[in-house]
Design a protein around this ligand. Structure first.
Ligand code: FE2
Length: 412
C-alpha cells in the first residue's frame, strides 16, 4: 500500500518540479563574470540592492571585487552577512529586515548554498510575509520574490538554478525545504575567480554533492532527454576536473568547469529530484552534523550497488556518456566501472568514509526517515527495503559500535 502511494507521488513530483523550473536564470560565465553581472545592475534598472553573504567570505576579502564593481556602477548596497551554515528562519527574518531598511530593489547573493538559500527566502519573505510554516506548504498564488542575482562561491549545491531553499530549525535540527517558482534566481554569474580560494575539503565535498545530483538525476524515473544531457555533461566534467580543482585551487580552467558542472547538475536535479544517497545523507547531517557533500560521498557508490541489476543499463549509458569504460563492455561491467570511478574519486581526495559520532542506537531512526524521504519525494529507480538501507547505514558505524541491527519492516 505504501509502495503504491510512493509510486503515485513519484509520477507527480517531476511534473510539479517542471512547472516550478520553467523560468531559468540568465547566466554570465567565466573569469570576472561576477563583477560584470554587478555592472549590469543599473542597465537592468536596479540602483539599490541588498548584498547577502557570510562573514567569513567578507573577512577573507572574497567579495572585494564585487563591492568594487557595485561602487563603480554607482549601485547603492547594504550588506547582510549573518548567514551561517544550515541557515535558520531567524536569519532570513534578519536579512529581510535589512532589505526593508535599505529599501533594496533586488537581492544579490554571493556565497555557497546556505547564502543562496537564505537570499531566496529573504526575497520571498519580503514579497509575501509569513512564517516558516506558511512557506513549508506549497502554494500557487504567492507573489514572486524580488529579483535575485546569484553569484555562487562554491561549485556543488546548484542552488543558483533551483527554486528551492532549505531552512533549518536550530533547536531540533529539522530541515524544511521550501519550494516556490518565485525563488528561482533571475541572473547567475559563474565566476571561477571567486571560487579560487575554496579550501580543499570544501572543493571535494561540494564537488561530490554535484556528482551525486547528476548521478541521481540520471537514474531518476523523472529524467528526460534534456536532464540526461545536463546530468551526463556534469558527470563528464566532474571526473575530469574535480581532482584538478582539488589539487590546485588556482586552476581557473578546472574551477570554471566545476562551476558549470554544478550548474548543469543543479538544472537536472531541480526537474527530476534525487535519490537514496540524498535521503541517507540528509539523515547523517541531521544526526551527526556530517557536511552534506561528505555524507553524499560516503554513500553514493554503496547506494548504486544496492539498486542492483535494475540500474545496470542506465549506469552503463551514463558511463558511456562520461567517457568511461571500453566500447563493447557489457552493461554490468560499465556500471561497475562508473561505481569504481566514484570510489576512486573520493579516495583520491582523501574524503572521510564514516560520519563522526554515529551510534548504533541512531540507526533505526536514520533508516526510517531515509525510507520515508525517498518514498515520498524521490522517483528512485527502485524502492529499497528497510533491510537494504539498514545494511548500508550499518556499514557506516565505527568498529567500536555493535554491528547487529533489528529493524521493523516498515515502508516496504
Ligand atoms: Fe545535494
Amino acid at each position: 500500500m505504501i509502495t503504491l502511494y510512493y509510486k503515485l507521488r513519484a509520477k507527480l513530483i517531476p511534473r510539479l518540479l517542471r512547472g516550478m523550473t520553467r523560468r531559468q536564470p540568465m547566466v554570465n560565465r567565466g573569469p570576472g563574470a561576477g563583477p560584470q553581472l554587478c555592472a549590469q545592475l543599473p542597465l537592468l534598472g536596479f540602483k539599490r540592492v541588498l548584498l547577502v553573504t557570510d562573514r567569513v567570505l567578507l573577512e577573507i576579502g572574497a567579495l572585494d571585487a564585487i563591492k568594487q564593481a557595485l561602487d563603480d556602477a554607482d549601485v547603492d548596497f547594504d550588506i547582510y552577512d549573518g548567514v551561517q551554515p544550515d541557515p535558520s528562519f531567524e536569519q532570513v527574518q534578519a536579512g529581510e529586515a535589512s532589505l526593508r531598511t535599505c529599501a533594496g530593489e533586488a537581492v544579490l547573493a554571493v556565497g555557497g548554498g546556505s547564502v543562496l538559500d537564505t537570499a531566496k527566502m529573504i526575497s520571498l519573505l519580503h514579497s509575501n510575509g509569513g512564517s516558516l510554516a506558511d512557506f513549508a506548504k506549497p502554494k500557487l498564488n504567492r507573489r514572486p520574490g524580488l529579483p535575485l542575482f546569484a553569484i555562487p562561491t562554491t561549485a556543488g549545491t546548484g542552488s543558483e538554478v533551483t527554486p528551492v531553499a532549505v531552512i533549518t530549525n536550530q533547536q531540533t535540527h529539522e530541515k524544511t525545504a521550501v519550494a516556490d517558482a518565485g525563488m528561482m534566481p533571475a541572473y547567475v554569474a559563474l565566476d571561477p575567480l571567486i571560487m579560487r580560494g575554496m579550501p580543499k575539503g570544501i572543493t571535494a565535498a561540494t564537488g561530490m554533492d554535484a556528482l551525486t545530483h547528476a548521478v541521481e538525476s540520471f537514474l531518476s524515473r523523472g529524467s528526460d532527454e534534456e536532464t540526461e544531457r545536463q546530468a551526463s555533461a556534469a558527470v563528464r566534467l566532474i571526473f575530469r576536473y574535480l581532482p584538478v580543482a582539488w589539487a590546485d585551487g588556482d586552476d581557473l580552467e578546472a574551477r570554471d568547469a566545476m562551476a558549470l558542472a554544478a550548474y548543469y547538475a543543479g538544472a537536472a536535479f531541480s526537474r527530476t529530484s534525487v535519490g537514496y544517497a540524498h535521503a541517507i545523507a540528509h539523515q547523517l547531517g541531521r544526526v551527526c552534523g556530517t557536511p552534506h557533500g561528505n555524507a553524499n560521498a560516503m554513500v553514493l557508490p554503496e547506494v548504486l550497488l544496492a539498486y542492483g541489476e535494475c540500474t545496470h543499463e542506465r549506469l552503463a549509458e551514463l558511463a558511456r556518456r562520461a567517457g568511461l569504460g571500453q566500447d563493447g563492455d557489457p552493461p554490468q561491467a560499465l556500471a561497475r566501472t562508473l561505481i569504481d570511478a566514484i570510489v576512486d574519486l573520493r579516495r583520491q581526495m582523501d574524503m572521510p568514509l564514516l560520519p563522526r559520532g554515529l551510534k548504533h542506537e541512531d540507526l533505526p531512526g536514520i533508516v526510517e526517515e531515509a525510507l520515508s524521504e525517498a518514498g515520498k519525494l524521490y522517483p528512485v529507480p527502485r524502492y529499497l527495503s528497510a533491510a537494504e538501507v539498514g545494511a548500508l547505514v550499518r556499514d557506516l558505524l565505527p568498529a567500536s559500535q555493535p554491528q547487529e541491527l533489528e529493524l521493523s519492516p516498515h515502508g516496504n
